[in-house]
Design a protein around this ligand. Structure first.
Ligand code: ZN
Length: 385
């Protein structure tokens, strides 16, 4: 009797073909839930990541029906995976996969095999970001900074030079509950300062060319160390941020599940107690009371299981390092108001044709708005209220 009720009240667990609940031991339940990645929708970023990685490893990828890929593996990967070809299935809703195919959603077995191989050694590439022509918008700083009480003079763009930048590509994985993966790229400047971070597999909005244009290839190891340190700190901070956000969304799903569980058990316990009241006076009252107690214990056990299943763990792995030669230029432009001329300087990202915010002449911080105050131009923070 007890075993039967136990089986009945395992909400959210699937019964296998022989009718037994697969959650009987926690391990097989996890094995059912995680590899299928059933609720993680396919992300185009993931498919691009897999595609680019296969391409970088000289695999031949062909489209197959239903969005699958048929991959002829490189000799190196053939050895690693002991097969010549593999069919990759991305559609996480597909109930069955072709024989020998790998289900390849993030968090799935195939997805993890590819990630593991990708992470074994970071890919290292050297690239040049192609300069846009013209290198800056015609209105110069006016395109990124508003002004009050001034008009802009004409912009003067200096010659284009190439700076070294390094992009670190990483995957942040969330384990537990619904496994999830995100691609991130962090761009570090020559001094180790973090210039950009984006949730993407590649540097966004850049047309690349292979090779390092106008830069020597060799560098002091000390500089590389500094870059790596900056990237590592940024990626760790990023993972913490993502984890805090995930904790909210994952916590909501966990609490929903606990609520459903609670509603189910409360109803069952109430039923038991109702029955007990009806039978009051009979000598099996104690037995009924015992049933309500075992229901409560079962509820606790199931709730602990739910909490454990949703326990979150975040992992950051670096899979690629790109050294870039990046076109930049200086831009000078004046703010004018009657006889007052305030000269501003800014740097332009010539790969994107985008000037950086100019520095406030008073406090020096980058600003998107300058107002006339104190006989000069300054940012909103510096302007007297
Ligand atoms: Zn200021």
């Amino acid at each position: 009797m007890k075993a039967a009720t136990k089986r009945r009240r395992a909400p959210g667990t699937r019964a296998s073909s022989n009718g037994k609940a697969t959650s009987a031991n926690g391990k097989s339940a996890a094995a059912v839930n995680i590899p299928r990645g059933e609720t993680a929708a396919e992300s185009p970023g993931w498919r691009r990541f897999v595609g680019r990685w296969l391409e970088a490893h000289q695999c031949k990828v062909e489209a197959a029906p239903r969005g699958d890929w048929e991959v002829e593996l490189s000799p190196e990967l053939q050895k690693r995976w002991r097969r010549q070809r593999v069919r990759l299935v991305f559609d996480s809703a597909r109930p069955t996969v072709p024989r020998g195919a790998w289900f390849t959603a993030p968090g799935s077995v195939g997805g993890r095999r590819i990630l593991e191989a990708a992470l074994a050694e970071p890919l290292f590439t050297r690239r040049t970001a192609l300069a846009q022509v013209p290198g800056a918008p015609a209105d110069g700083l006016a395109s990124v900074c508003r002004v009050r009480g001034f008009t802009w003079g004409p912009p003067r763009l200096g010659p284009v030079r190439y700076e070294r930048r390094v992009a670190f590509h990483a995957v942040i994985t969330r384990w537990g509950g619904l496994p999830w993966q995100e691609q991130w790229v962090v761009l570090v400047g020559a001094g180790g300062e973090v210039l950009e971070r984006a949730q993407a597999a590649q540097m966004p909005e850049v047309r690349p060319r292979e090779g390092l244009y106008q830069l020597p290839e060799e560098l002091e190891p000390e500089l590389r160390e500094r870059w790596l340190g900056a990237a590592r700190a940024t990626l760790e901070a990023l993972a913490e941020e993502r984890e805090a956000e995930w904790a909210v969304s994952v916590g909501r799903l966990r609490d929903d599940e606990l609520d459903r569980l609670g509603a189910f058990f409360s109803a069952r316990i109430e039923e038991e107690e109702e029955r007990q009241r009806r039978r009051a006076g009979h000598d099996d009252g104690e037995l009924e009371h015992g049933d309500a107690t075992s229901l409560k214990l079962e509820w606790e056990r199931r709730a602990a299981e739910v909490r454990q299943r949703w326990e979150m763990r975040t992992e950051v792995r670096l899979w690629g390092i790109e050294e870039w030669s990046w076109p930049v230029a200086d831009l000078e432009q004046e703010l004018r108001s009657g006889a007052m001329h305030v000269k501003l300087r800014s740097a332009v990202d010539v790969a994107r044709g985008r000037p950086a915010w100019p520095a406030c002449p008073s406090c020096g911080s980058p600003t998107e708005m300058l107002v006339r105050a104190r006989g000069t131009a300054c940012c909103a923070q510096c302007a007297p209220a």
